[in-house]
Design a binder for this molecule. Structure first.
Ligand code: EPU
Length: 336
């Protein structure tokens, strides 16, 4: 079923809790409804709005927001210890993780409690605690808005990288994701080598699927603000990748600076949160917006802020890091 909302309030549709309006918002459940819209000439300028967890509205949106509302999870194939699971784009991401854990299926437990929908997961290749969703994505179903046909893209063709995918680049504005199929495992594959996860999992009694989920949830709750209590979009910035020589120079000046291997040869990933913290911006408050006091990567709406105020603070944070470390940190959140 398609539902159309004219002059739609966005406040309840973005985790920052920013007030704004969309000229039109169109909720669809099935891929064929979407095809019909595009085959009938399209909705005009459009943007896909999932759970609104990675977006900052800086004003009203004059076009049409497309919201995938179809939900549902089902097993589509089983072979050996592999189980293929298909979830509709509108399914809550954490509902899928909780389901997989209940079913004894390994692969996405480290991604527990990440806010957002299944359809958004491949777009930014969500990741946490040493895992990225790309490791489990078998295929992505999408409506190609160029050809007005459904296309199934295999995981290998999604251009996945750190918080990157083809959907942010070549397919930006040309595809609407309608479902994702995951390949999960019945064989235990605990991954607890990241940060506090091993300790927290041990405390709960060892690396079972349930304990890992519980440990990740506990760590996230202790560090990240609950959007229901204080508007935010998780990490506002990406961890930057720099040349090895730049990282070495910085390490000479700041021996305790965290560094991580990057996907690209000769590059090193730095911790944006650490740099923001060391640049003195953690806990910084500017009127109705602020940098979270327990995780410097997160910008918060302290109540009634506009998107413009958040953006101004983001630029100030970027400037502080640039001045202190000579490093550019990019925004991870989509600015609309
Ligand atoms: N750090 C500080 N101060 C801070 C924040 C971090 O010193 O305020 C230091 C930490 O002590 C650590 C390093 O910086 O040495 C990295 O921090 P952390 O382990 O918290 O991970 P992250 O790189 O800050 C990433 C993801 C998170 C994800 C966590 C856990 C990005 C941009 N963010 O954060 O993702 O939950 O790892 O795996 O890659 C999100 O995308 O919304 C998100 C929350």
């Amino acid at each position: 079923m398609i539902r159309v909302f004219e002059n739609c309030s966005l406040r309840e549709r973005n985790s920052f809790g920013i007030e704004g309006r969309a000229a039109r918002l169109l909720e669809f459940e099935h891929a064929d409804e979407l095809l019909k819209i595009f085959r009938g000439g399209g909705p005009g300028p459009w943007y896909v709005l999932g759970g609104g967890n990675n977006i900052l509205f800086t004003g009203d949106y004059a076009g049409t927001l497309l919201h995938p509302a179809g939900r549902g999870i089902r097993v589509t194939a089983e072979a050996g210890d592999r189980v293929e699971v298909r979830a509709e784009a509108g399914t809550e991401w954490d509902e899928l993780v909780a389901w997989a854990v209940r079913e004894g299926l390994w692969g996405i437990e480290n991604l527990s409690l990440i806010p957002g929908t299944v359809g958004a997961a491949p777009v930014q290749n969500i990741g946490a605690y040493g895992c990225e969703v790309k490791e489990t994505i078998r295929s992505v179903e999408m409506c190609s808005t160029d050809t007005c046909n459904m296309v199934i893209l295999n995981g290998e063709h999604c251009g996945f990288g750190y918080r990157e995918s083809v959907f942010k680049h070549a397919l930006r504005g040309r595809a609407v994701i309608t479902a994702v199929t995951f390949s999960l495992s019945r064989t235990p594959r605990p991954r607890v080598d990241y940060g506090d996860l091993a300790r927290e999992t041990e405390r709960l009694g060892g690396p079972t699927l349930r304990n890992i989920r519980e440990a990740v949830c506990a760590i996230r709750r202790s560090k990240l603000p609950d959007p229901a209590a204080m508007g935010n979009a998780g990490s506002f910035f990406r961890n930057p990748t720099v040349d090895r020589s730049v990282a070495e120079e910085l390490r000479a000046r700041y021996p305790d600076m965290p560094v991580y291997p990057a996907e690209e040869e000769g590059k090193i990933k730095l911790a944006a949160g650490w740099m923001i913290d060391r640049a003195g911006m953690k806990g910084h408050i500017d009127g109705r917006v602020g940098v979270h006091d327990r995780q410097a990567l997160v910008l918060v709406n302290r109540g009634g802020a506009t998107g413009g105020e958040v953006l101004d603070l983001a630029r100030e944070v970027q400037r502080a890091v640039r001045e202190r470390f000579g490093v550019e940190i990019d925004m991870e959140v989509n600015i609309l």
